[in-house]
Design a protein around this ligand. Structure first.
Ligand code: HEC
Ligand code: HEC
Length: 330
């Protein structure tokens, strides 16, 4: 008797704590959520069709967070979902929270780990609440549902909230920079490679992106090597490089002309203090001598779009688009 009443109390307690997740959609959390979604973590790179006629493949106008990117290395019908209220409007806060931090959808399917829930599940719970507040606040964009043929069974992530947290203002710049590059996943693209194979030195560059009709794009060496990395860069030069890219999302580029998968359209909106902290952190890395050719044209190849809306309106094509790695993390 006593036992069952304790169980009832526990069940009620659990039930209550779940029902309690009700996220305040008010200006302060929305603003912090916007910085997380659009700048610091960058959900839009994977959840928006990309404009291949602009520098850096920025999200297509009118399609931000509306999904539609084909992860063609997984399947021709593995398409990132719409995460505007058009699609998530019927989800509870708890359901969105679980998708972002554990990779579990309301129907129980575990998401493909290209969705970085294994990283987001390390952030503080409050950050996730802010992300949800922002996602609730944006305009719904009617797009999808898309096919979600992400092959393979995956295991739900066990979150460790706070393992990855923005240090408070008493922390050093280097600590803040370390947090930011981890949260943003810069090294997923900037990891060292040799002739295409990953060699693993953090930030040594060389990872290849691009594809048919695009050309070959390689990530830069960000270690402080003087000859081949950022060794000769002053803090001012680093900040100016990002500042100079703020309008790059509007620069027209023809297919096959030099382009980049660096999310300049996203990171140039970082605050000066965040960029400065990243610079301070990158200076602490061991220098790696690794010279990287950032762009090689690949003439004569037919371009293939990774945008679902273009793919369904044209004849289905073979092969990949501008590379899985064009997403901020995988
Ligand atoms: C590197 C690419 C990538 C990034 C970055 C990314 N996502 Fe995802 N996300 C995906 C993919 C791919 C799926 C679908 C996976 C599947 O269905 O198995 C997904 C699924 C989701 C879902 C489930 C929606 C549904 O209908 O199933 C939510 C919610 C979501 N993402 C939110 C976010 C938020 C919020 C961020 C940023 C904090 C983010 N994602 C960043 C790739 C990404
Ligand atoms: C999606 C892949 C990707 C991600 C994520 C990414 N980068 Fe890059 N980055 C590149 C590529 C490719 C280049 C080389 C082409 C260019 O200069 O734009 C590059 C270039 C750079 C450069 C210019 C270096 C130079 O010598 O001119 C800097 C600085 C840089 N990245 C910093 C970062 C930081 C900091 C982050 C995380 C906040 C980051 N990148 C995330 C792909 C990426």
């Amino acid at each position: 008797m006593r036992r069952s009443s304790i169980a009832t109390i526990l069940l009620l307690a659990c039930g209550f704590s779940e029902a309690e997740l009700h996220i305040e959609v008010t200006p302060a959390p929305i603003a912090r959520g916007e910085y997380l979604v659009m700048v610091e973590l960058g959900c839009s790179g994977c959840h928006s069709e990309r404009d291949r006629s602009r520098y850096g493949f920025p999200p297509k106008e009118g399609g931000v967070l509306a999904g539609g990117v084909i992860f063609s290395e997984l399947s021709e019908e593995a398409v990132s979902p719409n995460i505007t209220p058009f699609a998530l409007g019927t989800w509870t806060d708890e359901e969105i929270f679980d998708a972002i931090t554990r990779g579990v959808r309301p129907d129980g399917r575990v998401l493909d780990p290209h969705m970085p829930y294994q990283r987001y599940g390390l952030l503080e719970e409050e950050r996730i609440h802010e992300i949800i507040a922002y996602l609730r606040s944006i305009e719904p964009i009617a797009a999808g549902p898309y096919p979600a043929d992400f092959p393979g069974e995956h295991i739900a992530f066990e979150p460790q909230f706070g393992a990855l947290r923005r240090p408070d203002s008493s922390a050093s710049e280097t600590e803040l920079g370390a947090y930011l590059v981890a949260a943003a996943g810069c090294n997923n693209c900037h990891l060292g490679t040799d002739g295409g194979a990953l060699t693993g030195e953090p930030f040594a560059g060389g990872r290849e992106f691009g594809g048919p009709g695009i050309g070959l794009i390689r990530a830069a060496n960000l270690t402080p090597d003087i000859a081949t990395g950022l060794g000769g860069w002053t803090r001012e030069a680093f900040l100016a490089r990002f500042e100079g890219m703020r309008e790059s999302r509007y620069w027209p580029v023809k297919l096959g002309e030099p382009n980049t998968t660096m999310h300049w359209w996203q990171y140039s909106d970082m605050t000066q203090s965040d960029l400065s902290a990243i610079y301070a952190y990158l200076r602490t890395l061991p220098p790696v001598r690794h010279s990287v050719v950032r762009f090689e044209p690949r003439p004569g190849e037919a371009p293939v779009s990774r945008s679902w809306s273009e793919r369904v309106s044209t004849v289905p094509a073979e092969g990949g688009g501008f590379g899985a790695g064009a997403s901020p993390a995988d």
